[in-house]
Write a protein that binds this ligand. Structure first.
Ligand SMILES: Cc1cc2nc3c(=O)[nH]c(=O)nc-3n(C[C@H](O)[C@H](O)[C@H](O)COP(=O)(O)O)c2cc1C
Length: 205
């Protein structure tokens, strides 16, 4: 089993990464593989609502969204990490996830996921709310912890001194591992999710 973690910061070894690494190490101790996917610092396009999504993902090929979707297809769970920018999730991660989910929701459906926010001081719960919305509309069980999923720091050394934040990261990993093992045990007994579809009600008819 494998969890794919997305670093929504352009800082490849910054505070968000430090939080994700703590989750990854704990997952590994639980016997679960992990990979941290770096969005990097290159420009990330916004979704322009062109509805030209293909089986390969988003029509735009000049940034890493489709590469992430390919990794997502073989992942069993996800952690999306973001730095807090002006009390919301980074614009980069929202553009990235809008396109990943709109073009390729099937890569994520019914897989457990957690959002993580890293801030110097404030805006974390609003940022978590931004990211949790992708899970809510995609049948994804949301993984919680012993506190809201956040760490605090301007530099990685400060995050490493946030003892409760790091404990919260480890408990995300423990809960993720537990859920993944439960899902696997259920699948072996034929317990799989039921999904109803067909209704698509627009209110401007
Ligand atoms: C444009 C910008 C806006 C920011 N806004 C906030 C904010 O609203 N609240 C906060 O606590 N920190 C804010 N910060 C600080 C970062 O969220 C914080 O340092 C974070 O841990 C950086 O993570 P990273 O090292 O992974 O990039 C902001 C940083 C930047 C660059």
């Amino acid at each position: 089993m494998k969890v794919l973690l997305l670093n929504g910061s352009a800082n490849q070894k910054g505070c968000t990464y430090t939080a994700l690494e703590e989750i990854g190490r704990t997952l590994q101790a639980e016997g679960i593989d992990y990979e941290i996917f770096q969005m990097g610092a290159q420009p990330i396009r916004d979704c322009i609502g062109c509805r030209q999504c293909t089986g390969q993902g988003c029509i735009f090929m000049d940034d890493p969204v489709n590469a992430f979707v390919r990794r997502a297809r073989s992942a069993d769970g996800f952690v999306f990490g973001t730095p807090v920018y002006y009390a919301h999730a980074s614009g980069r991660i929202l553009s990235f996830l809008d396109r990943a989910f709109y073009s390729s929701k099937d890569a994520f459906v019914h897989k457990p996921a957690a959002a993580v926010a890293s801030a110097r001081r404030a805006g974390t719960t609003a940022s978590l709310d931004d990211l949790n919305k992708y899970f809510g509309i995609s049948h994804m069980p949301t993984v919680g912890s012993s506190y809201w999923n956040m760490v605090h720091g301007s530099r990685p050394e400060e995050v490493l001194r946030d003892a409760e934040g790091l404990q919260t990261m480890r408990n995300i990993a423990h809960n993720m591992a537990w859920l993944l093992k439960c899902i696997e045990a259920g699948r072996e007994r034929g317990i799989v999710p039921e999904t109803e579809s067909g209704s698509w009600t627009n209110f401007i008819r």
